[in-house]
Design a protein around this ligand. Sequence first.
Ligand SMILES: [Zn+2]
Length: 183
Amino acid sequence: MKIIPDVIWILLGVVIFLIVMMPGYHQRAEAVQRAAQIKVYSVEKKGYVMSEIVSKTKEEWKKTLTKEQYHILREKGTEPAFSGKYANHHEQGVYRCAGCGLDLFRSEDKFESGTGWPSFTAPIAAENVRNQADNSLFMRRTEVLCPRCGGHLGHVFDDGPKPTGQRYCMNSAALQFAALPKK
Ligand SMILES: [Zn+2]
């Protein structure tokens, strides 16, 4: 009958180990989450940088965004075609996320899609957008999100022009344009 006390000692050891280690584990996990960083391309730095994830509550977003921006970025809304300020916009510069300012698209990659929404053939870098399957409204689409603040930007379709064949169909309200001097 010696085996029973041995098992009890081992179990007791495991329980004590867990009690001692768990609080520390949770604290470390929280710290990692708070300082979560992603690698993104920066037009200003002309290279990749590490950038901290932007995380805000609904109330905080409502304070920093307009009603329309909040609806599109945080509630996955879509502005009416031809209503947005960038559908017919041709200045030289960078289109950034209206939620967190992350560089998203260059004016060089903007094209006339005729859809009434600002359209691009490619993002600034693959790392600067996040694609996600969207099967809402009985359609199979690919949603495009900001990888830093999680804001909804629009959708990407594979009927775009060469060379990428992609059409990033964005909401003007999800973007913030910044002019850049011509090279
Ligand atoms: Zn963002």
